[in-house]
Ligand binder design. Structure first.
Ligand SMILES: *[C@@H]1O[C@H](CO)[C@@H](O)[C@H](O)[C@H]1NC(C)=O
Ligand SMILES: *[C@@H]1O[C@H](CO)[C@@H](O)[C@H](O)[C@H]1NC(C)=O
Ligand SMILES: *[C@@H]1O[C@H](CO)[C@@H](O)[C@H](O)[C@H]1NC(C)=O
Ligand SMILES: *[C@@H]1O[C@H](CO)[C@@H](O)[C@H](O)[C@H]1NC(C)=O
Ligand SMILES: *[C@@H]1O[C@H](CO)[C@@H](O)[C@H](O)[C@H]1NC(C)=O
Ligand SMILES: *[C@@H]1O[C@H](CO)[C@@H](O)[C@H](O)[C@H]1NC(C)=O
Ligand SMILES: *[C@@H]1O[C@H](CO)[C@@H](O)[C@H](O)[C@H]1NC(C)=O
Length: 624
């Protein structure tokens, strides 16, 4: 590992700095180390089977938060777990060899979860891989939710490929091929097949296209191509789709900032931490500052960061008088969830993006300010000007001063997160926009993981601490010319038994559309319940919510799509959920014989047409 020249320059500044900044920097560094230990332990506490705050979690399962009410986060989310395990794999690569058993637990847990059919679908069609969350005992969650969320498989592939590449480098090709690849392959096939379909975003609120999701998908295919090739696997689907995803990625840029969600119904500015999190999740220390990949040091990503941070300056009381300096930041300014507060992980992400950028300028020995990102620089270095800067020999060059100012700016975001961290070091999800006290879920795993990745990025920017591995980011001139192509490659999906998926799982399924005519009034909803695990085994609480999106005056249609095992038989009925929470049950049970699997690529379909059979239970005057 070469010592990056800037790291040496900054280190020198820290030792002999004359302006008091070096003292602050050393003080911050030690507070960061203290909190990192707490944060890392916070992650382990939320990890099954032995984590002190994760009772009942299976081995390798990350609980999002131990909070079981207000809010209940006692589930495992594929996204949160993947980002957390990417952090754990990186720490493992940085010398924490004792983490290997939990990485292997994670691999096995994910192989199992891939086979668990769920409301998004099943493994045989791939659809089930887009399910956002499961119970921590590795069973399906049937509740109403924003699904699918198509970033999960991509992020999981990235975490596991990083580990798989280490196995390859260590000469453990068999384990990489027999255990890691089968899980990764399902996820990459999913990306290649479904990247161009709508998705819920990482905040589980908006259905459309999400920058974070598209960026994560692109990265996963690029590194999946190299990993698959090293194992002599067929990667042609990934090669065909990666350029189309990269093309699509460009469409989120509006000339001023990255619009987080496109193709959506809601009216939003699109200024959102989604984009900052995407930039750090796709950071490649060997990439340049090209705009096409929105790398942390790119003019686009820095211009976007300025717009993003500014959006909270007037929004939060905490940020009063913070113009031009670091600020508390949250998901997006319009946010109202738990009062719409700053989040630890988003505030830390701002710092991490800048630390990542410093690593690249340092490696390149060059830093270019353009008209686009000039406002970013002028916030904390008012005399910044457009130009290209390189380090001088004596540590007094404009390059060094700019980078040093950027470092101080990044540190100030960390200081804000630390200022509003309680003395215990516990990191919740949010901190109050009014007074900085912890809000919403306690001990959020993702908050802890974000602290650890921020700290690693800071060390890599300021010392010779190893950088995260490159993922082989292509250079910007590989963006396809001309119109983007809507496309998909239909994949095949098999249980990763080599990694621990149950043998015989992942059998062929049929996508059944249940249509039922049921007149309802506003606030009354129809559910589907039945004998099989997919239909909640008659438990009312596990009934599937149906959709009224096709409901018209002419036809009171409620629908649900469920993937059911082929050649099986289920008994089912419909339920009405009243505004007061009570339930009305149909006075009949119906039987469905699910057809055998067809030979159609991509699965088989069937539709049932039903009409509600009493009790109606509500006066006709309430019908709309
Ligand atoms: C799994 O956990 C859920 C939620 O706690 C619980 O309702 C369910 O019974 C558990 N399933 C099994 C098989 O233990
Ligand atoms: C599918 O791809 C086309 C071409 O890139 C794009 O215009 C469209 O928005 C994409 N749709 C989704 C949902 O990704
Ligand atoms: C701070 O900046 C915001 C926008 O970035 C602006 O609307 C506001 O007037 C500024 N406040 C002060 C006190 O300068
Ligand atoms: C802090 O502000 C929140 C609202 O964001 C409020 O609910 C809470 O009571 C306040 N706490 C203190 C200690 O002032
Ligand atoms: C369907 O199931 C029946 C009985 O379980 C079995 O005899 C038959 O072979 C199955 N058909 C197919 C096509 O799998
Ligand atoms: C339908 O079957 C379930 C489960 O056996 C049972 O609880 C329910 O009473 C049945 N409904 C009718 C109308 O028979
Ligand atoms: C549902 O309603 C539509 C429109 O009124 C009708 O054509 C159809 O036959 C109904 N389906 C059933 C199963 O009653």
């Amino acid at each position: 590992m070469i010592l990056r020249p800037l790291a040496a320059a900054v280190a020198a500044l820290s030792v002999c700095g004359a302006d008091g900044r070096s003292f602050l920097r050393r003080d911050l560094a030690s507070r960061v180390e203290t909190e990192t230990e707490i944060a890392f332990q916070g992650v382990l506490d939320n990890l099954g089977p032995d984590g002190s705050k994760a009772p009942g979690a299976e081995p390798g399962i990350i609980v999002a938060s131990p909070s079981t009410e207000d809010p209940n986060y006692f589930y495992t989310w594929t996204r949160d777990a993947s980002l957390t395990f990417k952090m754990i794999v990186d720490e493992f690569l940085h010398g924490k060899s004792e983490l290997q058993p939990i990485i292997q637990d994670y691999l096995k847990a994910q192989a199992i979860l891939q086979t668990v059919s769920n409301p998004s679908g099943a493994l045989s069609s791939g659809r089930g891989l887009g399910e956002p969350k499961f119970y921590v005992n590795e069973t399906r969650f049937n509740g109403n939710w924003g699904r699918p969320q198509r970033d999960g498989p991509a992020l999981r592939a990235t975490a596991l490929i990083t580990y798989g590449n280490w196995l390859l480098d260590s000469g453990d090709e068999d384990e990489a091929r027999d255990q890691v690849w089968p899980v990764v392959q399902n996820d990459l096939n999913y990306v290649a097949q479904y990247w161009n379909d709508t998705t819920f975003d990482l905040w589980e609120e908006v259905l459309g296209s999400s920058f974070f999701t598209t960026a994560a998908q692109h990265r996963s295919l690029i590194e999946g191509i190299a990993f698959g090739q090293a194992l002599d696997q067929d990667v042609s689907a990934y090669e065909s789709q990666a350029p189309n995803i990269l093309c699509h990625l460009q469409t989120y840029w509006n000339g001023e900032y990255v619009v987080a969600n496109v193709g959506i119904q809601q009216q939003r500015s699109g200024v959102d931490a989604n984009t900052v999190l995407a930039s750090i999740a796709t950071f490649d220390p060997e990439a340049t500052c090209d705009d096409a990949l929105f790398q942390p040091c790119s003019a686009r990503a820095l211009a976007n960061l300025k717009v993003y941070v500014d959006s909270f300056r007037e929004t939060y009381t905490l940020n009063r008088n913070a113009n031009g300096t670091a600020a508390a930041t949250g998901r997006y300014a319009e946010d109202v969830y738990y009062g719409g507060n700053p989040w630890y992980l988003t505030t830390l992400a701002v710092a991490e993006q800048i630390y990542d950028a410093i690593q690249t300028w340092s490696s390149l020995n060059s830093l270019t300010i353009t008209d686009l990102d000039l406002p970013f620089w002028q916030d904390f270095y008012p005399s910044a000007a457009v130009g290209t800067y390189t380090p001088g020999d004596d540590g007094t060059s404009t390059f060094t001063k700019l980078v040093d100012a950027a470092l101080a700016y990044a540190d100030a975001f960390v200081s804000i997160a630390l200022k509003y961290t309680p003395a215990s070091g516990a990191l919740a999800e949010q901190y109050s926009r009014e007074n900085g006290t912890a809000v919403s879920a306690r001990d959020l795993t993702w908050s802890y993981a974000s602290f650890v990745t921020m700290r690693a990025a800071r060390l890599s920017a300021t010392t010779d601490y190893p950088q995260v591995p490159s993922w082989g980011a292509p250079s910007g001139d590989e963006v396809p010319e001309g119109a983007c192509v809507a496309s998909s490659v239909i994949g095949t999906y098999s249980p990763a038994t080599g990694a621990g998926a149950p043998p015989g799982s992942g059998g062929c399924t049929v996508l059944v559309t249940f249509n039922v005519n049921a007149s309802t009034f506003f606030g009354e909803n129809i559910y589907l319940s039945g004998s099989s695990v997919d239909l909640g085994e008659w438990r009312t609480g596990d009934a599937l919510a149906m959709s009224a999106s096709g409901y018209t005056d002419a036809r009171p249609l409620w629908s649900a799509e469920v993937e059911l095992p082929a050649n099986s038989s289920v008994v089912y009925h419909y339920l009405r959920n009243e505004p007061d929470g009570s339930w009305l049950y149909e006075t009949t049970n119906r039987t469905l014989d699910v057809p055998v699997c067809g030979n159609m690529v991509g699965g088989s379909n069937a539709t049932v047409e039903d009409a509600w059979v009493g009790p109606v239970g509500t006066p006709p005057s309430k019908l709309v």
